[in-house]
Ligand binder design. Structure first.
Ligand code: FES
Length: 575
């Protein structure tokens, strides 16, 4: 089969030779039953699959790969599926974030070491999208993303259950006697009633939205429910398209421009996406070589109107969003707030792709002139408590707490928090500020999603719904509250957060982007002099590598040795 264009195929280095190594590379693969023409100039497409039975949100991706393969074959390519480390959010300990960078290394090296010309990333659960995309960026071949899609809406009796979001009221329900044990079991079953990832605008939906906004999926791909037949069609069409992307040499770096990243920030604000976008987008930008900084998220995103009425902040779920028109409607509504001329994987601009989008339910997706909130997005805070920044999602916070001065109640670790938070004698009220240390990148390690810690039981039963909480950790995209996250530098490396003591006064002023520890500098200096770094969690293995190299949250928490790209070239061969 001839290429449409004279584009040299990388895979020819493996399959094109008539020497001993050409024989070796072809011969062993023939044991899978591939006809000879598969080795004679077809673009070889690697289908990078994060399927795993231990990642329930990605449990259907094995089937999906077959639809991608159909598309690749139809377009004249040669599909080869390969597994990479899969990160199951609800199962893995201590936190999937500890392994995001490891999974990205797996993806990067699996792509580079093999005879691949183009890549399809099959993703779903939270970290499976950024990890594989980070790895793919460091190789920079033509790449398309096939998001696995959200679950159908969770339904219990006559109401919705947002997967993930319900977890955050679980304790409250248990403690306040809102549900019997039988009812809770029923809720457990009703909350996850089909294949797919969390059905709120949690982190998985945020990541799927992000890749579509970056131009890395076919138009409209991100919101299609996992079990909808149109998802399979999208997978098949993506398989067809990646073959042509190889022929056009449409590599990731041609799509992932600074403007594309700015679009992703705007779209995250308009869709009420997760704060986790920040840390993943920074890491992806670092890999592809785009200059992006924490403050860009505030500068570009914080004045953007909220258009999407989805949990956790809103009312609906991803299935409703898809029926209302999905992301294409949002992209059309945003109009000139986006860089409309950026190119996407189908070779068209984002404006061209979405110009014909129609909204079918204005209660789910608001028009740009009638937004749900006039300013959404993420606020980046500065102050002596976070010299390198911290973040808060105002749309998920309580307005009355956005300017707050309160007494710190400090927990030195998650273990300390669990041991004391519900003690009747704990000196805490709703005006206090809960400070949680040692949950940053190095501290936990892995920067878990614990920033939105539950409130003390004695306040919950009194009906207290929210308090200011501050930590160096992250928050699930399905969560909400007045929660300051990603404090950098983190406490485990001696950031000011490490020096906070019970009774200190903390000032939060979101409007003025301020987070201040009201303790005299000389007192802080004395505390700093007495501070001792914690012992490393381990001396060996990947976690040791991670601890030695992980960067702080404001840089994306990638390993310093992984930032940037090495391209697709490989020196050496089998001998
Ligand atoms: Fe996988 Fe929420 S647990 S997406």
């Amino acid at each position: 089969m001839e290429d449409k264009k004279e584009q040299p195929l990388r895979s020819r280095e493996w399959f094109g030779g008539n020497d001993k190594m050409g024989f070796v590379h072809r011969s062993w693969l023939r044991n899978q039953g591939y006809p000879d023409d598969h080795f004679r100039g077809r673009p070889v497409i690697g289908i990078c699959n994060t399927w795993s039975e231990l990642t329930p949100c990605n449990g259907h991706l094995r089937d999906f790969a077959e639809f991608v393969k159909k598309g690749v074959l139809e377009a004249g390519g040669f599909p080869l599926e390969f597994p990479v480390m899969s990160l199951g959010e609800t199962i893995m300990r201590p936190t999937t974030m500890l392994f995001r960078n490891l999974a990205s290394m797996d993806t990067e090296e699996s792509i580079r070491a093999n005879p691949l010309d183009g890549i399809v990333l099959l993703t779903g659960c939270d970290k499976t999208t950024p990890s594989t995309l980070m790895g793919a960026c460091s190789v920079d071949l033509p790449t398309i993303v096939v998001p696995g899609g959200p679950m159908l809406s969770g339904r219990y009796k006559d109401g919705y259950i947002g997967s993930g979001s319900f977890n955050w009221i679980f304790k409250e329900k248990q403690k306040t006697g809102g549900l019997t044990e039988e009812e809770l079991l029923e809720v457990e079953i009703c909350a996850a009633r089909s294949n797919g990832h969390c059905n709120t605008m949690g982190t998985a939906s945020t990541m799927a939205t992000m890749v579509e906004a970056l131009g890395l999926t076919l138009p409209g791909a991100s919101a299609i429910p996992a079990v909808d037949a149109r998802k399979k069609v999208m997978a098949q069409l993506s398989g067809r398209r990646i073959v042509d992307m190889v022929r056009e040499d449409l590599t990731l770096s041609k799509i992932l421009t600074r403007q594309a990243f700015e679009n992703a920030i705007v779209v995250n604000a308009a869709t009420g996406g997760s704060t986790n976008l920040i840390i993943h987008l920074l890491a992806i930008a670092g890999r592809i070589g785009v200059d992006l900084a924490l403050d860009d998220f505030d500068k570009i995103g914080s004045k953007i109107p909220l258009l999407v009425n989805l949990m956790p902040a809103g009312k609906y779920l991803m299935e409703d969003y898809f029926y209302a028109g999905g992301l294409p409607v949002v992209l059309k509504e945003l109009g000139d707030l986006l860089h409309g001329n950026v190119i996407t994987v189908n070779g068209k601009t984002i404006r061209e792709n979405n110009a014909g989008a129609e909204c079918y339910n204005r209660d789910v997706i608001a028009g740009i002139d009638t937004p749900l909130q006039t300013e959404a997005g993420i606020a980046v805070l500065r102050g002596n408590l976070c010299e390198n920044g911290a973040v808060i999602k105002p749309s998920a916070a309580t307005p009355a707490l956005m300017k707050h001065r309160g007494r710190a109640v400090v927990f030195e670790s998650m273990e300390d928090y669990h041991a004391r938070i519900d003690l009747p004698e704990l000196d805490i009220d709703e005006n206090c500020v809960i400070v949680l240390k040692s949950v940053g990148p190095k501290g936990y390690p892995g920067m878990p999603e614990v920033g939105n810690v539950d409130l003390p039981e004695k306040l919950l039963v009194r009906g207290v719904k929210d308090m200011v909480r501050i930590s160096d950790g992250r928050m699930s995209g399905t969560a909400y509250g007045t929660v300051v996250l990603h404090v950098s530098p983190e406490s485990a490396i001696g950031g000011t957060l490490a020096l906070v003591q019970d009774g200190d006064i903390i000032e939060l002023d979101v409007e003025n982007r301020r987070l201040h520890l009201d303790v005299p500098p000389e007192v802080l200096a004395n505390r700093k002099a007495a501070w001792q770094a914690p012992e490393p969690h381990t001396q060996r293995g990947y976690v040791r590598l991670y601890l030695d190299h992980v960067q702080q949250a404001h840089l994306g928490a990638d390993l310093d040795v992984l930032v940037g790209k090495s391209g697709a070239g490989v020196k050496g061969d089998l001998h």
